[in-house]
Design a protein around this ligand. Structure first.
Ligand SMILES: [Fe+2]
Length: 280
């Protein structure tokens, strides 16, 4: 893959978004949110990729996967009026379908095309299949990490009150003081929370905390820690002894994983939002 290929894909993407925007009969602004998300996931994937030592073709492939991962979102919203996969279609599958229909990867090698399609298709899966080849797995993992970083950014903006809750984003869950014990138990065992266990807004926030157990690269954990995403989520939850214990255990995990990249000294400045290492 060449830089011109990526530039061509970017032009296609801009025209595609404009077209879907023009075709929708409802408020097109939620689509703009997804376009901005895409641009940030591209930046995040470059940041993580460079931090783990990738260059050249690998970075181009990673950025192409990030650019295309949510193209299905635009059609999902236009056709179904929602970003809820549960109430419409699997948007990652739809992204794959749009990419195939439009033939936009035809100029790449079949291998490159297969890697991008696989990363796109698997970006929202609860689990990544165990039988992927190492190069495909790398790209699947990069995209999942980059996507999570931006989703944390979006939601912590809402939880900290900096951003207005978006009605399309907010899941229609009851908002009260409860926290489901099985959700806390899963996190204490350092396991992701299945979405079926989410019964209210607090559970949903903890479900998002659990994503740290599904992160793949030390620079991603380092960014999550340095940007305070997990702190903001806990600060938005009700205070209790149980949650304060959980918070300690979660931060211990984050420190463990984030620190791997920096060695024992750990005095390397951590990447922040806006840091060139994460937002080149
Ligand atoms: Fe997505």
């Amino acid at each position: 893959m060449k830089a011109e290929d990526l530039a061509g894909l970017s032009r296609w993407f801009a025209a595609f978004v404009e077209n879907e925007r023009a075709l929708t009969a409802i408020d097109p602004r939620p689509m703009d949110l997804k376009a901005r998300h895409t641009a940030r996931v591209q930046q995040e994937i470059l940041g993580i990729g460079k931090a783990i030592g990738l260059s050249g073709n690998a970075l181009l492939l990673a950025e192409a996967a990030a650019l295309l991962h949510d193209v299905g979102r635009f059609r999902q919203y236009r056709l179904h009026g929602t970003f809820s996969d549960a109430r419409s279609v699997d948007h990652a599958r739809l992204s794959e379908q749009v990419i195939r229909e439009e033939g936009i990867l035809d100029g790449l090698s079949p291998r490159e095309e297969a890697i991008i399609l696989e990363a796109v298709r698997l970006h929202n899966r609860r689990e990544v299949p165990g039988d992927l080849d190492p190069e495909t797995l790398l790209h699947v993992r990069l995209l999942r990490d980059a996507d999570k970083l931006d989703i944390y950014r979006i939601f912590t903006g809402i939880y900290s009150g900096q951003e207005a809750p978006d009605p399309v984003l907010v899941h229609l869950l009851p908002d009260g003081p409860e926290i489901s014990p099985e959700v806390v138990a899963r996190l204490a065992a350092r396991r992701i929370v299945p979405f079926e266990n989410v019964r209210n807004v607090n559970d949903y926030k903890l479900f998002q905390v659990g994503w740290i157990f599904d992160v793949n690269f030390p620079p991603t954990w380092a960014a999550i820690r340095a940007r305070g995403y997990i702190q903001i989520i806990f600060d938005s939850l009700p205070g209790s002894r149980e949650l304060s214990d959980l918070r300690h255990s979660i931060f211990a995990f984050l420190d463990e994983r984030a620190g791997k990249q920096e060695g024992a000294g750990g005095d390397t400045p951590l990447p922040q939002m806006g840091d060139s290492r994460l937002n080149p």
